[in-house]
Design a protein around this ligand. Structure first.
Ligand SMILES: Cc1ncc(COP(=O)(O)O)c(C=O)c1O
Length: 393
């Protein structure tokens, strides 16, 4: 990268992307995606996301994303401030959206009192290091398009995802252009650049205002050649995949080497929830290997209880599966509790936990039992969530 930048520092070129390096970089992206994509280089990932969403959003439209989405959680409200658009962040245990969640929002469409769901933004690899399969992205795109929505893919770690899903250019194309994604934020910084990201407009119909909107959202680099030269080097000879393979391997190593450190607990390993394992009762999972620290997020937990059995509980670090988020939808609760049940099934202190929760009239999911079920078993809460929802209905 340093050599590429140094090479671009020779001679004289025009500013603002009117230069040979930027032309070469644009050509690289056309080759990568196998079609006439429009490339808009930006300074950083937040700016890339804001630009991408600006190109996708129509008047009075909202962006639908997961509650873990970088745009919703880690961008200091930049999309809301810069775009004046509402974000609808939906509950998700594994930071992935499913098509049913989009369908659940369909009732908002055409109602003048609601921001109109106009864009769905997904992250690949997700903020929790989980991966969408090609089929999952395609299903989301199909549903989004059927509902008249566009699809943005935040690919800050798109190289890591590409490697984890197969490691070829065809893999990348399969979960982006071929799946139906409209615009990609293509990560550079997390893949080895000194700095720089790219917004790749896959749908030519959306590209027209790109250059103007980029400037408006303050992402037009005057010395664009330095970002372009880095991407040019990254995409040459598969370097982007080689670097991602290395970082995936290092993340896996970090995960393995830290697994046994007392007092260090790996955070929820959600990833792709497959069929239940017959031996442990726990669902198998797979990290988006090497989604840098996100894939191996490590939480140092201070044990705050004297109840010794709690130290052995299988649910440590998985709080989000056991307690609802605010205004959780019934379908989301069912999905969350199904995952919690799987964790409890493989837990050595399940019975003790269930008794404890019954005695203390706890809220949430404890010892293989939801608060609804605890209520039904005679250990009443004043207003368990499920019961409250049903009587309100
Ligand atoms: C998923 C995701 N999107 C976007 C970004 C953009 O980051 P930045 O604005 O720091 O370049 C990040 C950075 O951590 C990220 O993890």
């Amino acid at each position: 990268m340093l050599e590429a930048v140094a090479r671009a520092n020779h001679g004289h070129v025009l500013a603002y992307g009117d230069d040979v390096h930027t032309r070469a970089c644009e050509e690289r992206f056309r080759e990568l995606f196998g079609r006439d994509v429009t490339t808009l280089l930006t300074f950083n990932g937040t700016g890339a996301n804001v630009l991408a969403l600006a190109l996708l959003l129509g008047p009075a439209q909202a962006v639908v994303c997961s509650e873990w989405a970088h745009i919703a959680v880690d961008e200091t409200g930049a999309p809301e401030r810069a775009l004046g658009a509402k974000l609808i962040d939906l509950p998700s245990a594994d930071a992935k959206l499913v098509p049913e969640q989009l369908d659940e929002l369909a009732h908002l469409i055409g109602v003048k009192h609601h921001a109109q769901p106009g864009v769905v933004s997904i992250t690949q690899s997700t903020e929790l290091g989980t991966l969408y399969t090609v089929e999952e992205v395609a299903a989301l795109c199909d549903t989004a398009h059927r509902l008249g929505m566009k699809v943005h893919l935040d690919g800050a770690r798109i190289a890591n995802a590409t490697v984890a899903l197969g490691g070829t250019i065809d893999t990348l194309r399969a979960f982006t252009v071929e799946a139906g994604v409209d615009i990609v934020s293509f990560g550079g910084t997390k893949n080895g650049l000194l700095g720089g990201e790219a917004v790749i407009v896959l749908d030519p119909a959306l590209a027209g205002p790109g250059e103007f909107v980029r400037k408006q959202v303050t992402q037009l680099p005057s010395k664009m050649r330095f970002i372009a030269a880095q991407f040019d080097a990254l995409l040459a000879d598969g370097l982007w995949l080689e670097l991602a393979r290395h970082s995936n391997a290092m993340a896996t190593l970090l995960h393995d080497l830290t697994a046994d450190i007392p007092g260090v607990h790996h955070a929820a390993p959600p990833a792709e929830w497959g069929p239940a394992s017959t031996t442990t009762g726990a669902r198998p999972h797979r990290y988006a290997e090497g989604a840098s620290m996100a894939a191996v997020e490590i939480v140092v937990t201070r044990l705050e209880t004297d109840d010794d059995w709690m130290r052995q509980a299988a649910c440590k670090g998985l709080t989000h599966l056991f307690f609802p988020t605010a205004a959780e939808r019934p379908q989301a609760r069912e999905r969350r509790e199904a995952m919690a049940r799987q964790v409890c099934a493989g837990c050595s202190v399940q019975d003790t936990c269930r008794e404890y929760a019954r005695d203390h009239h706890e809220y949430g999911y404890w010892g293989g039992e939801s608060e609804d079920e605890r209520h039904a078993a005679g250990f009443r809460l004043i207003a368990p969530i499920g019961v409250r929802a049903r009587s309100a209905g």
